[in-house]
Write a protein of this length. Structure first.
Length: 365
């Protein structure tokens, strides 16, 4: 008779800061791998809390709650980069936070983000620091008379930014900002794309997803075509190379989404996010490993998947009321619907997405 002595399986526990859809989909991927998740976020009934039995409802600066997270978890990650730096630094001292506090902190400020891009030898959009109306006038002069004024902190999906030119009333524009900003020169891009890269602690392994094309409406991602139909082999390889260089230069532990402007003179890095990225959702249907599982594997220091395209895929974001079109998508062959369980559908709010398998490619799109 074979020896049936049982082996005790001790599940690993992953802490998740933030409770939105990226946390929800990362948690679902973690559970698939037998990893338990403990969330920490201030809100209740969140997309994460609906799928995760253990969410500590607390402010990010509640140090008792942070201690609980440290005690309960093997590794702590995040799905949202704007966690107060003090909380990140505190968690970082436990040695369990991935990506590290320094890297995440750097992406919270557009200035330090651009400086990191430059340190890695890559090209950000031209920029000037702006801290006053006269500074704005000077920056506009330097950058050709027009640009996009952006708050250094807490801007996303077009929030905290405004197109400006020397013809505007700059005193009035500045009164609407009145905080540390950057003016970015207008980049004349041909199209926009992104690459998501995963790196294990110590750089033991690094894997990149292929370059995808991103289309925006009102500064919000509306759809992604993967792999990017407009990219030749050389451009796709160069984007991947730059993503790898950035991940190495930052000592990434986890996942990094890098957005590019594709111009006639090459690639310009727009911005980066140290977490799963909306432009990677297509991988749930179209790639050999999806970005959420890759996120979990990277932070848990598990072997990474080798992302390859299984089927060209179009990802469409369901923003605001578009989430009510679920029956349309459910009756669409080859469409995979994801809804995030959010209770109110404000205009422009990311409510869900659809991954549409497109084996015939993207001609006409
Ligand atoms: P962001 O939130 O900074 O990524 O900006 C959202 C979108 O606004 C980008 O995806 C672009 O479509 C556009 N945008 C932002 N910055 C620039 C720029 N410097 N030049 C041209 N377009 C920009």
């Amino acid at each position: 008779m074979t020896n049936c002595a049982s082996i005790t399986m001790q599940p690993k526990i992953l802490g998740m800061l933030g409770s939105g859809q990226l946390g929800r989909m990362s948690a679902l991927a973690a559970y698939r791998l037998g990893i338990e998740v403990v969330g920490l976020a201030p809100d209740s009934d969140s997309p994460l809390a609906q799928v995760c039995p253990s969410v500590i409802q607390a402010d990010y600066l509640d140090f008792g709650a942070l201690d609980q997270l440290i005690q309960r978890c093997d590794v702590i990650t995040l799905e949202f980069e704007n966690i107060p730096y003090e909380a990140l630094a505190y968690l970082g001292r436990s040695g369990k936070l991935r990506p590290g506090a320094e890297l995440v902190g750097l992406t919270q400020d557009r200035l330090s983000e651009k400086q990191a891009i430059e340190r890695a030898g890559l090209r950000p959009a031209p920029y000037r620091q702006v801290d006053s109306a006269t500074g704005l006038a000077r920056a506009l002069q330097d950058l050709g008379g027009q640009g996009i004024l952006k708050t250094r902190r807490l801007g996303y999906d077009g929030k905290g930014q405004q197109r400006v030119s020397t013809a505007d009333n700059l005193e009035a524009v500045w009164r609407g900002f009145d905080q540390p900003c950057l003016l970015e020169g207008l980049v004349e891009f041909l199209w926009e794309g992104s690459v998501i890269v995963a790196r294990r602690p110590g750089g033991v392994e690094l894997q990149a997803f292929p370059l995808v094309e991103n289309r925006h409406e009102n500064h919000i991602l509306s759809e992604t075509l993967a792999p990017a139909p407009k990219a030749g082999v050389a451009l796709a390889q160069e984007a991947e190379r730059q993503a790898r260089v950035l991940a190495e230069s930052l000592g990434l532990e986890g996942l990094l989404g890098i957005e590019f402007f594709i111009t006639s003179e090459g690639l310009v890095v727009n911005e980066m996010a140290p977490r799963p990225h909306n432009s990677g959702h297509w991988s749930q249907a179209g790639a050999s490993v999806d970005q959420f599982e890759q996120h979990v594997r990277a932070v848990m220091d598990l072997p990474l998947g080798h992302p390859s395209v299984v089927c060209p895929t179009r990802m469409v974001n369901l923003l605001g009321a578009a989430a009510t079109e679920q029956n349309h998508w459910l009756s669409h062959d080859g469409a995979q619907l994801h809804l995030y369980g959010k209770r109110s559908a404000k205009e422009g709010r990311k409510m869900g997405h659809v991954n549409i398998l497109t084996p015939e490619g993207f001609a006409g799109l």
